[in-house]
Design a protein around this ligand. Sequence first.
Ligand code: ADP
Ligand code: TYD
Length: 203
Amino acid sequence: MFITFEGIDGSGKSTQARLLAEHLREQGRDVVLTREPGGSAGAEEIRRLVLEGDPDRWSAETEILLFTAARRDHLERTIQPALEGGKIVISDRFADSTRMYQGLSRGDLRATVDRLHDMMIGREPDLTFIIDMDPGEGLSRAKGRNGHEERFEDFGEDLQRQMRAGFLALAKEFPDRCHVINGARSAEAVAAEVAAVADAALA
Ligand code: ADP
Ligand code: TYD
C-alpha cells in the first residue's frame, strides 16, 4: 500500500506521516517513511535546487521538470522497490503537490503537469490524506520552523488560500483515494482519525 499526505504548508503532514508510521509499525508492519521533494539521494540533491535560493530562480516550466525528475528518482530508487518488497510506503507529499503548487500558482499549468506525470510517473497513491486547515494558522506554524528552505514560504496567505481550495477540489476529483481530514485539532486527535482510516483500508 502506498499512502501519501498532502495539504498546505504547516498543516501537519510531516507530524501525521510520522505518527501513522509509528502506529503501523506497532502492528508489526514494515513501513518506509519518506518525503518529497526528496526521498532518494538524487532527489534530495534536487530538493536543494528547488527549495533554496532566489524565488525567481526557475521558470514555472523548469520547476515542473525538476519536481518531476526528483519524483522519478524517488519512485525508481525508494518507492517502487519498497512496494515490491511488500512494504507500506508513506510519503509526505507526492504528485498532488505538483498538481497544486506548479499546476495552479503561476498560471494554469495543470495540463502540463498531468501530461508529464502520465509520461514519467504513471502511479497514483492507494490512499491520500489531505490535511485541511486555515492558511493563516498553517503559515504561522510553518514560519515557526525557521529554516532556509524558503522559496515557497513567502508566497503568503493568498496563495495558501488558493492551494487549500485546490486541495479540496482535488479530493472531489479523486474521491476513491482521497480523505480530507480536519487538521485544526490536536495532533493526537488528527492521528486517531488517520489511523482509523488507514486500518480500515488495510483490513
Ligand atoms: P507540514 O509538514 O504540513 O508543514 P508539520 O508537521 O511540520 O507540518 O507541522 C508544522 C508545525 O506545527 C510543527 O512545528 C509541528 O510541531 C506543529 N504541529 C503539527 N501538528 C500540530 C497540531 N495538530 N497542533 C498544533 N501544532 C502542530
Ligand atoms: P515541504 O518540505 O513538505 O514543506 P512544508 O512542510 O512547509 O509543507 O515542501 C516544501 C515546499 O515544496 C512546499 O512549500 C511545497 C513545495 N512543493 C512544490 O511546490 N511542488 C511539489 O511537487 C512538492 C512535492 C513540493
